[in-house]
Design a protein around this ligand. Structure first.
Ligand code: CDP
Length: 229
């Protein structure tokens, strides 16, 4: 059976990673959350007090970043590839609002995007890949077999992210989350390098009023049609 490359792009907090994980598990594909890579770079910059270098000396920052090691390891318990920074599992830390407040500025820097795209393209696509992000269908894998673009109203998204963070024991305010989502959408869509755009051949899913299962059903139909063709 044909193994596909599936690109899932879209606005902030549209549930891309939840859907990508379920699809990857169903088809036995590799799942990569490219946003977590930009978040890990942001964590690296904050922890090593390198936010200044990001603005003033990007060459020095990239040199230091080369000495760092960002990779994914498959967790047998939850069947998910988790992100590691210098050998440390940073899945939890990168989901904080502090990282969310910096990440879009870090991700707008062309030199950083070049490094991340290199890592993303290193993945062995023969086994089938689901990758979610902002530029997967447009820049990373323009030849993807299926391109999805997820969106939803910003208040619905803020509500979902708020509940998710509260359930994870984080203390956050709904207004701060809504604000962060709006700012990230605007920065991600307006940057010069690899902005968030809807590709002509992308299937747009507005999931404001859809359950995850409804979305999965729709996506499975698209995949199954491609696998047999
Ligand atoms: O919060 P959400 O899961 O929607 O975002 P994310 O996928 O974790 O991505 C965090 C941020 O990384 C985005 O707001 C973008 O600024 C950046 N990003 C990017 O520029 N390109 C990607 N392929 C993925 C993420």
């Amino acid at each position: 059976m044909k193994k596909l490359t599936i690109a899932i792009d879209g606005h902030a907090s549209t549930g891309k990673s939840s859907i990508a994980k379920k699809i990857a598990i169903k088809y036995g594909y590799i799942y990569i959350n490219s946003g977590s890579m930009y978040r890990a770079v942001t964590l690296f910059a904050i922890e090593n007090k390198l936010l200044g270098e990001l603005n003033d000396n990007i060459d020095l920052f990239i040199e230091k970043l080369h000495a760092a090691f960002i990779n994914f390891r498959f967790n047998e318990n939850n069947l998910i590839s988790e992100i590691f920074l210098n050998g440390r599992n940073v899945e939890k830390e990168i989901s904080s609002l502090e990282i969310s407040n910096y990440v879009s500025k870090v991700a707008a820097i062309p030199e950083i995007r070049k490094e991340m795209v290199k890592l993303q393209r290193n993945i062995d696509r023969k086994k089938g890949v689901v990758m979610d992000g902002r530029d997967i269908g447009s820049v990373v894998f323009p030849d993807a077999d299926i391109k999805l673009f997820l969106t939803a109203s910003d208040t619905v998204r803020a509500n979902r992210r708020f509940e998710e963070m509260i359930n994870n024991g984080l203390s956050v305010s709904y207004d701060d989350i809504l604000n962060n989502i709006r700012i990230r959408d605007s920065l991600d869509s307006s940057r010069t390098d690899s902005p968030l755009i809807i590709e002509n051949d992308a299937v747009v899913i507005d999931n404001s009023n859809m359950s995850i299962n409804e979305q999965i059903k729709q996506i499975i139909l698209l995949i199954d049609k491609k696998i047999v063709n």
